[in-house]
Design a protein. Structure first.
Length: 225
């Protein structure tokens, strides 16, 4: 009996959450731009992981050269040689450009697939969120949403673990933004695949450690011959 009661309580809570939308429906039609998608790119959990890995890689480069300076008999003079400085700069610039290019390509592809220049219509009501793009309407209940993230100019709403809806704030009046913000904050933060930071960073740190151990072993071998 207690199990059935608990399940009934959870069902009631889910139903209440799905209808917890005060006032009239909020509707808007707006042209989504590539800048809207670029705005949210850096705050999406999977992309934050890519940025953290980029920073880790950039920090690993000076650590490597510092170790070389300690081992090298020429010390800092060898470390600050032109090939070393130029090579490090090129490597860092390449990594940063690759991440920047991913952001640009994602925004361009998303805008093109949605045909967003033709206008996108949003509707928020007690049932959930309706999105109508040219030739492809969709509707999502509040209880089915995965996560909501707010930026300065947009709301990013995960309708599935790998699908995000970008909602520009400029489409709504200030009072409507307040109502939307209050409701979107009730969306639970569900687990998203490919967003874990701890395990990938530990794995990358382990790979760097193995690399340094192999490098040190080769270095000592060459110095002994």
């Amino acid at each position: 009996m207690s199990s059935d009661a608990d399940e009934g309580t959870k069902s009631d809570e889910t139903a209440a959450a799905s209808t917890d939308f005060e006032g009239d429906p909020i509707t808007a039609r707006v042209e989504l731009t590539e800048d809207d998608f670029k705005e949210v790119w850096a705050v999406l959990p999977r992309n934050r992981r890519a940025l953290v890995e980029l920073v880790f890689s950039l920090l690993a480069v000076p650590v490597f050269w510092l170790m070389i300076a300690v081992l090298d008999s020429h010390g800092w003079s060898g470390l600050l040689s032109l090939p070393v400085v130029v090579g490090s700069f090129i490597f860092g610039a390449f990594l940063a450009f690759r991440v920047w290019r991913q952001r640009f390509a994602w925004a361009q592809t998303a805008a093109k697939q949605m045909r967003s220049a033709e206008g996108v219509e949003f509707r928020f009501d007690s049932v959930g969120i309706s999105l109508e793009v040219p030739g492809r309407p969709s509707q999502h209940e509040w209880s089915s949403l995965y996560r909501s993230i707010e930026t300065t100019r947009c709301f990013a709403i995960y309708t599935a673990p790998t699908m995000v809806m970008v909602v520009p704030k400029r489409a709504f009046a200030a009072s409507e933004q307040t109502r939307l913000r209050a409701r979107l904050r009730q969306i639970p933060k569900r687990e998203l695949p490919g967003t874990e930071l701890g395990r990938p960073l530990r794995r990358r740190a382990l790979l760097w450690f193995v690399f340094l151990c192999v490098f040190l072993a080769v270095w000592r071998l060459l110095n002994q011959t």
